[in-house]
Design a protein around this ligand. Structure first.
Ligand code: PLP
Length: 387
């Protein structure tokens, strides 16, 4: 059996999405900017995809820009907002952002920017007072993620955006992991900019969305033609944009049932593993979290060893640690949360999707405990039984 529980890394492209894209690799090859019918036909489909993407977050279609991925959308927000406010030199973000935000913000240091990285508590939650106190007259941008990719923990984006708004500072949210999994309404949440990635919601890899509220000053990141209303140059990736449109349409129609489905399976998996495997702990807030994500530490064992053994029995998950130059560093998210070293090393992220089944989850519940026991018996760090 093969069980894919790494949906925060990427999702399976939905068969309906593949089907919707197919004509645009074949007969519908026109350039949407062309005047003739080949172009006009294609443009109509791009407009429809834009409407669908807008509908998913209750935006206006004119506020949607198609990009190549979530990383591009994040960089576009940061670079675009900073360039629009050239006299301000301070960026606020958090310690647990995805590198698409964190590295892009830190890169700006070489141009004289000061970065405040807000801390999180042991459950991965943000302190809004720290945000409030960090904003100054020099702050050009606040960028905070909606949902954490490693733990699924949700930041209070409505409240954070309201704080930024009350001080007149533009607010960006990396909503790559949140969109499609939880309801998002930009009419009720005063974010100025928001990033979406297609491949996290069953569209293909290589397409994303950048939302910019009407009136938000953002300088273009890519210069060239007049595509996307002059906000993102480059001939549109038509098949992928059409695919993204179909994917967000399906996500919007099924958001409640998918929430319940993934949460039920996730909760069953999580409680069974924590019960059956000794020395385990849940990383992240138990409730304020995405329905599909569970990050569990198996103390005293290496996450990579668990992943390899899971892979041997057909189970795909991921670990928070990154192997850099021979030394195993716990992830920046685990470190920011203060997860003890022995637990951070053995943290495993299980992330589910609409395609997972009860049978698959029961299979993982059967396979995981003996793997943890075997690795623990070999670990030099684990307390010996009976000692
Ligand atoms: N932001 C978050 C929270 C993510 O999880 C990811 C991908 O893992 C990205 C940004 C980057 O998205 P993409 O892979 O589309 O560039």
């Amino acid at each position: 059996m093969e069980v894919y529980l790494d949906n925060n890394a990427t999702t399976r492209t939905a068969p309906e999405v593949v089907e919707a894209m197919a004509p645009f690799f074949g007969t519908e090859y026109g350039n949407p900017s062309s005047m003739h019918n080949f172009g006009g036909r294609v443009k109509k489909h791009i407009d429809e995809a834009r409407e669908k993407a807008a509908a998913l977050i209750n935006a206006d279609p004119a506020e949607i820009v198609f990009t190549s991925c979530g990383t591009e959308s994040d960089n576009m927000a940061i670079r675009g907002a900073l360039e629009a406010e050239p006299d301000k030199r301070h960026i606020i973000t958090s310690k647990v952002e995805h590198p698409a935000v964190l590295s892009a913000a830190r890169y700006m240091k070489r141009f004289g920017y000061r970065i405040t990285e807000l801390s999180v508590d042991g459950q991965g939650l943000l302190d809004l007072n720290e945000l409030r106190d960090s904003i100054s007259d020099d702050t050009a941008l606040v960028s905070l993620m909606w949902a954490n990719n490693e733990t699924g923990v949700l930041f209070p984006i409505k409240e954070a955006a309201e704080i930024a708004q009350s001080k007149g500072v533009p607010f960006h949210t990396d909503a790559v992991q949140a969109v499609g999994k939880i309801p998002i309404d930009v009419k009720k949440t005063p974010v100025n900019m928001l990033s979406i990635s297609g491949h996290k919601l069953h569209a293909p890899k290589g397409v994303g969305v950048f939302y910019a509220r009407r009136g938000t000053a953002v300088m273009p990141f890519m210069h060239g033609g007049h595509q996307e209303n002059g906000r993102r140059a480059g001939t549109e990736n038509v098949p992928y944009i059409v695919g993204l449109g179909r994917a967000v349409e399906i996500a919007a129609a099924n958001i409640d049932s998918e929430f319940k489905h993934t949460k039920n399976l996730r909760d069953r998996l999580e409680s069974a593993l924590i019960e059956k495997c000794p020395d385990t702990r849940l990383n992240g807030h138990p409730e304020l979290r995405l329905p599909n994500t569970s990050n569990i530490s198996f103390e005293y064992i290496e996450g990579e060893a668990i992943l390899l053994m899971l892979d041997n029995v057909g189970i795909a998950a991921s670990s928070g640690s990154a192997c850099t130059s021979g030394s195993l560093e716990p992830s920046h998210v685990m470190r920011a949360m203060g997860v003890p070293f022995t637990a951070a090393h053995g943290s495993i992220r299980f992330s589910l999707s609409r395609y997972n089944t009860q049978e698959e989850i029961e299979y993982v519940i059967k396979k995981m405990p003996p793997i943890a026991e075997r690795l623990r018996s070999m670990s030099p760090f684990a307390p010996k039984k009976g000692a």
